[in-house]
Design a protein around this ligand. Structure first.
Ligand code: MSP
Length: 481
């Protein structure tokens, strides 16, 4: 039987059009999913939308639309954007769907039967931007530091989740890496949150109307975060679906650092209470800032993927978003740097190497199978091995560095061998074959990152292997002025 791999992405609030922060997460996950598929694994890649809660409701009111109509329109925008970015997810879950509600009720029944739910009074502050409770000491000038919004004062009857009961087990499983949280800095953050003490959290909200009615108190709704997390099960048709049986637990929850606590503490505790297996890996990636400010729809400083696609094409946009900085870190985006990066890496780097190699092969009338030049063989093997290792560890930024070093090695090799100065014959053929094989390796490695362009390039390489020599240029990544 094929090995399975289940990768999830956060379900975004259906409150506005997707920006590049949302797109970054899906592109990254798409690259991992494609790479795992290419290794022959059976992969499930999930995405979706978080459509309940105050934040979404407030936006719908602002636009003077019934919330369901509002989220339906947003869903269309998201799905369209993911299609344009060539995101090949296997399941897309919307939390207003019947199948989600059904799974959530089943899950809550489990929590109740485990004795994990109790009634209490919540009194405190709530930030609608975060859809989360916030403590006085975390405010800056009375405002939420992330959303620059005034929190609401709340006092209401809530149902709580008995986090304290499960916290010691969650901690133990994090410490022994049964739940592997990375990078290390994010793992440390989680351990210190647990060690500093963390309160039980609400499962219900009394004043929020736009949500799934709470099972035992129909005047309350289920707290949006707790039902949102269950999407990772409902997208697999929990509890009875074949996909659930096959794919749960998640092999990788890919989430932003801002929502790590929900995934690394609350979610495992809820799963323990429901007696379900825990996720194996949680990768909490860094966030993009724009001029050192968090990018958010609520702040009005967002960049939209559609603009990048229009300027750089779909593969250009995908590449530019994952190549800015390592996903382990936070990073600041400079929109003005995109064009230089496109021209230097894609037009001059990848595009140029393909073009010059194809021209050399065309001029020689083709290339025949022979042995690879030993002077470059070990350098190629080293980079391709490192590439595989980095992809296996979800380090896409590093894997791209390996590919670009292969590209540089090939360029250096061509410049040193000067094939254009050689007569047709064994020596020339060996050089061309060496470059051709390296190019094949580069194409295979780049495929998950830029599937559209590489499909075209691979087709040309296949033609060459089969003795078909074409005149026209590939024109993979034309220079942008
Ligand atoms: N609905 C919740 C998630 C529930 S998952 C069970 C939510 N939604 S959100 O719309 O606010 O999106 C949060 C996620 O979007 C972040 O964790 C991150 O993955 C992505 N990003 C949002 N802004 C981002 C940046 N500025 N940079 C990178 N990623 C960002 O929270």
């Amino acid at each position: 039987m094929k090995e399975k791999f289940y990768i999830t992405t956060p379900i975004y609030y259906a409150s506005g059009a997707p920006h590049i922060g949302h797109a970054f997460n899906l592109i990254y996950a798409d690259i991992i999913a494609r790479s795992q598929k290419s290794k022959g694994k059976s992969v499930f890649f999930s995405a979706g939308l978080d459509e309940h809660g105050s934040k979404v409701e407030e936006k719908a009111v602002l636009e003077n639309k019934p919330p369901q109509e509002f989220v339906d329109e947003i869903a269309e925008k998201y799905i369209d954007c993911w299609k344009k970015l060539n995101i090949e997810y296997d399941g897309f879950i919307r939390t207003t769907s019947e199948e989600h509600k059904k799974g959530v009720y089943y899950f809550f029944e489990k929590l109740k039967n485990a004795g994990a739910i109790y009634e209490g009074i919540y009194e405190g502050l709530y930030c609608v931007g975060c859809e989360n409770f916030i403590t006085e000491k975390n405010l800056i000038n009375g405002l939420c530091p992330d959303h620059k919004q005034l929190p609401q004062k709340l006092k209401e009857k809530n149902y709580f989740f008995n986090l304290q009961k499960y916290l010691p087990t969650v901690k133990e499983k994090i410490l022994n890496n049964e739940i592997n949280i990375f990078p290390k800095s994010r793992r440390r953050e989680i351990i210190s949150i647990i060690e500093n003490g963390i309160s039980d959290f609400s499962l219900s909200r009394e004043k929020v109307k736009w949500g799934i009615p709470f099972p035992d108190a129909q005047n309350q709704t289920i707290y949006v975060w707790t039902e949102a997390l269950v999407n990772y099960l409902t997208v697999l048709d929990y509890p009875d679906g074949e996909n659930f049986k096959k794919f749960w637990p998640a092999d990788l929850h890919f989430v932003g650092a801002d929502i790590n606590k929900f995934h690394s503490i609350f979610w495992p505790a809820m799963l323990l209470a429901a007696d379900l297996p825990l996720p194996k890996n949680i990768f909490a990636h860094g966030l993009f800032t724009i001029n050192n400010q968090k990018m958010a729809k609520t702040l009005g400083n967002a960049i939209y993927p559609i603009d990048l696609i229009n300027q750089f094409g779909v593969d250009g946009a995908r590449y530019l978003l994952v190549s800015q900085f390592s996903a382990e870190e936070h990073g600041d985006i400079k929109k003005s740097a995109f064009k230089n990066k496109y021209n230097s890496d894609l037009a001059n780097g990848i595009g140029n190497l393909f073009e010059r190699t194809l021209t050399l092969i065309k001029n020689a009338g083709g290339v025949k199978k022979t042995a690879i030049d030993l002077s470059i063989k070990s350098a190629i093997e080293k980079e391709t091995n490192n590439y595989r290792l980095n992809m296996e560890n979800f380090k896409l930024f590093k894997a791209l560095e390996n590919i670009f070093s292969l590209i540089r090695e090939s360029d250096k090799y061509i410049n040193a061998q000067k094939p254009w100065s050689l007569e047709k014959g064994e020596e020339l053929n060996k050089i061309l074959f060496t470059v051709f094989e390296t190019l094949k390796e580069i194409a295979i490695s780049l495929e998950p990152f830029m599937p559209e362009k590489i499909k075209i390039a691979k087709n040309r390489l296949w033609e060459i292997e089969n003795g078909i020599i074409k005149e026209e240029k590939l024109n993979l990544f034309p220079r942008i002025k």
